[in-house]
Design a protein around this ligand. Sequence first.
Ligand SMILES: *Cc1c(COP(=O)(O)O)cnc(C)c1O
Length: 234
Amino acid sequence: MILLSNQPLYSKRLESVQTRIAAACKQSSRPVSDVLLLAVSKRHTAAAIKVLHSLGLNEFGESYASEGSVKQQQLADENLVWHFIGPLQSNKTALVARHFDWIHSVDRVKIATRLDRQRPQDMPPLNVLVQVNIDAEPQKAGVLVEDLEPLVDLISTLPALRLRGLMAIPRVGKPTPEQRQSFQAMRNLFESLQSRYETFDTLSMGMSDDLESAIMEGSTMIRIGTALFGPREE
Ligand SMILES: *Cc1c(COP(=O)(O)O)cnc(C)c1O
């Protein structure tokens, strides 16, 4: 059930995000059509997704495979594009292979080969972004920069996967010059690989607190949760 009384609130939040995107694009002389707004719906309800869909958003990101597939069933009648953006254990790869259109968090060979094997043959290839641990943080998911090329190379040969680009979550916290440098490092990696793989067209970076820096450093897809849906219950 859509609570229609919610709609003005979502509409206001969406407008505010779109205004921020437009300002960052203008500042970096990029067309707004360069940047896709991915709505991160983890820990939010199918009803909330429906409201944002009615306001024009079509692509949604989930971090937990089981939670995401429940919502996909609830929203089976809507024509939505689903992105898996969370860390993935190998026992959950089948859910992602069967139910998602994109994954942003491939960071090792084992996950890539399982997804390739488990992607149903009657579905289009799964769009894959390789997650890079750009600040080499010990606890964080993502491949280290020095291990990136062999992984990307392998993925480019897997027939049920479509290599689309890179994703990163730089150090959290307030936007800082260091964070801007991390985004810039991602851009350099992205551009160097882009010349080698013709399907490489997506750089996923930027969240609610740092979308401006990400866009100014060339992001083509920002992943926005809180600024669209409000705070999550964690
Ligand atoms: C939760 C999450 C987001 C959204 O974060 P917000 O700060 O709420 O915009 C983006 N990317 C990933 C990988 C996430 O897990």
